[in-house]
Design a protein around this ligand. Structure first.
Ligand SMILES: [Fe+2]
Length: 205
């Protein structure tokens, strides 16, 4: 025979544990960031808009700059992967010039850099890019622009930064975010050959 208070103890345990179950925290959405003036419209892009920005189809040379890979997963606030969404990135080349007719910087545009690329998330919400490590240009810390489009709807426009880059502390857009938001959009590259950064993008359902 169990002691008379054994059931009562079990019950108390259940009562204590229960409140924790529904508290599964929704994920914080990735903070949005300014689109900026240099989003390349369709007519400004190369015919090649794939996820390898370092190699333009038909071009003999690769882009200048440090070649890196950026991979990640697109999920909703419950952590469920979003498949079949377009993830677009665009950024300036190694000399600081964008693939955009309004960028009037004096430096020559790098003819080997695609400037804009796109990937479509797989069944696990995963995407990947090969590109160059972003460089600073006047007034901005290094960043990669990113946009998520699903069935014609823009789910997210933001910018990805280099974790702990010294220019971050002077960047008005980076400084506008809370510390945790800054972490959500900061990339840390690991590895010596084509260093890799992993990012998680969270969008509200
Ligand atoms: Fe920019």
């Amino acid at each position: 025979m169990p002691k008379p208070n054994a059931n009562r103890r079990q019950l108390l345990g259940a009562v204590i544990l229960l409140p924790f179950a529904p508290l599964a925290q929704a994920l914080m959405p990735t903070p949005s960031g300014a689109q900026g003036p240099f989003y390349p419209t369709a007519s400004m892009r190369f015919d090649d808009v794939d996820n390898d920005l370092v190699k333009i189809e038909g071009s003999v040379r690769e882009a200048g700059g440090e070649i890196v890979r950026v991979t990640g997963q697109l999920v909703d606030t419950e952590g469920e992967p979003l498949a079949g969404a377009s993830v677009e990135i665009w950024q300036c080349d190694a000399t600081g010039r964008y693939l955009h007719t309004a960028d009037r910087q004096a430096s020559e545009r790098d003819p080997g850099f695609q400037g804009f690329g796109r990937d479509v998330t797989d069944a696990q919400g995963r995407f990947s890019f090969r590109t160059i490590k972003p460089v600073p240009y006047p007034g901005r810390t290094p960043h990669i622009h990113l946009k998520v489009i699903d069935q014609g709807f823009e789910l997210l426009t933001t910018q990805l930064y280099l974790k702990d880059h010294p220019e971050n502390t002077k960047d008005f857009l980076f400084q506008r975010m809370s510390r945790s938001q800054q972490q959500q959009v900061s990339m840390q590259f690991n590895g010596s050959v084509e260093p890799l950064a992993e990012v998680r993008l969270v969008v509200s359902g």
